[in-house]
Design a protein around this ligand. Structure first.
Ligand SMILES: CC(C)(COP(=O)(O)OP(=O)(O)OC[C@H]1O[C@@H](n2cnc3c(N)ncnc32)[C@H](O)[C@@H]1OP(=O)(O)O)[C@@H](O)C(=O)NCCC(=O)NCCS
Length: 154
């Protein structure tokens, strides 16, 4: 796969099975399929990365009422990693947040997840705090934040 073959698009409900398969492959504490489906109906975006007609990754971002864009999940199939799909998904979500007037993006990431933290840092995310025992196995989450614009206060 080369970057020229990569396509990021909005997911459709009939992509759900493939998204869920990536979720199961990736996370020991995978989101249930029903929750992944629910994200399609929330204010936000569910994106997929396709290469050669196959879905190789997905990302979910939620637009919150306080102007925060929350990156709920991002994952790329193991065999397709380190070829730019994660960056393309993250960049697209951040542009969606910007276009919806979000003033910041936030996410939680396992403290031990150096690959993902490196990706987020490349986009300018900074560690904002920690949440003890955030994950089912007891691991701590680092909360990371990227400021997108000045906050509009009422
Ligand atoms: C994190 C993830 C989405 C990155 O996707 P990807 O397609 O491999 O990302 P990219 O190819 O765009 O890489 C972008 C940057 O991420 C970082 N990165 C990705 N894989 C890495 C690795 N194995 N080791 C170190 N840094 C890594 C690097 O900074 C990389 O930039 P570089 O290639 O110029 O060094 C992917 O590794 C993944 O699906 N991981 C499992 C799921 C996960 O942890 N999701 C995040 C939950 S918070």
């Amino acid at each position: 796969m080369s970057i020229s073959e990569l396509n990021i698009r909005d997911a459709r409900l009939n992509d759900l099975d493939l998204i869920y398969a990536i979720e199961l492959e990736t996370f020991p504490d995978a989101y249930p399929k029903g929750l992944l489906k629910a994200f399609f109906f929330m204010p936000g975006c569910v994106l997929v990365a396709e290469a050669e007609g196959t879905i190789i990754g997905y990302a979910i971002g939620i637009f919150k009422e306080d102007g925060t864009g929350h990156i709920v999940s991002i994952a790329v199939k193991k065999k397709a990693r380190r070829k730019g799909a994660g960056s393309a998904l993250l960049g697209t979500i951040l542009r969606r947040f910007w276009s919806k007037s979000m003033w910041r993006a936030v996410l939680e990431v396992r403290k031990s997840n150096l690959e993902a933290k490196s990706l987020y840092e490349k986009f300018g995310f900074k560690k904002k705090g920690e949440v003890e025992r955030y994950y089912q196995d007891g691991e701590c989450a680092e909360v990371m934040e990227l400021l997108l614009r000045d906050r509009q206060r009422p």
